[in-house]
Design a protein around this ligand. Structure first.
Ligand SMILES: Nc1ncnc2c1ncn2[C@@H]1O[C@H](COP(=O)(O)OP(=O)(O)OP(=O)(O)O)[C@@H](O)[C@H]1O
Length: 101
């Protein structure tokens, strides 16, 4: 269950397909992988998650690239009476390229 896996923190950004939040994990085990203590969660309503699911397919194609944010997996959580589809992503602590330009 999500509440055992992570604790939602500050909002990092808003994309076209989901909200990105910082989450602390207490190094929880997720499908056999120990999560880092901080991850980025990209979440949207499950009923509107087709675009995020397509994003997952693309991220997975690049899973061995050191230049692409690491993807730990996806799950569905039930929060505030809403089913959320969540992507568990590496937290890029250095900000975006746009921030540096
Ligand atoms: N893994 C991450 N670590 C840290 N911040 C992130 C991460 N992913 C997204 N963000 C923050 O959230 C913002 C929105 O990210 P997202 O990838 O959803 O959208 P985008 O690619 O910028 O836009 P769009 O979805 O419209 O193409 C980013 O600009 C960044 O500030």
């Amino acid at each position: 269950m999500a509440e055992l896996l992570w604790k939602i923190g500050t909002t990092l950004g808003q994309g076209s397909f989901g909200v990105i939040s910082l989450a602390s994990t207490s190094n929880a085990l997720f499908r056999g992988v120990t999560l880092p203590s901080l991850i980025a969660l990209k979440s949207c309503n499950l009923s509107d998650s087709q675009s995020l699911k397509e994003e997952v397919e693309i991220i997975r194609m690049f899973k061995h690239s050191p230049y692409i944010i690491h993807y730990f997996g996806a799950n569905v959580s039930f929060e505030d009476n809403v089913n959320l589809y969540n992507l568990l992503l590496e937290y890029a602590s250095g900000g975006s390229l746009a921030d540096r330009l």
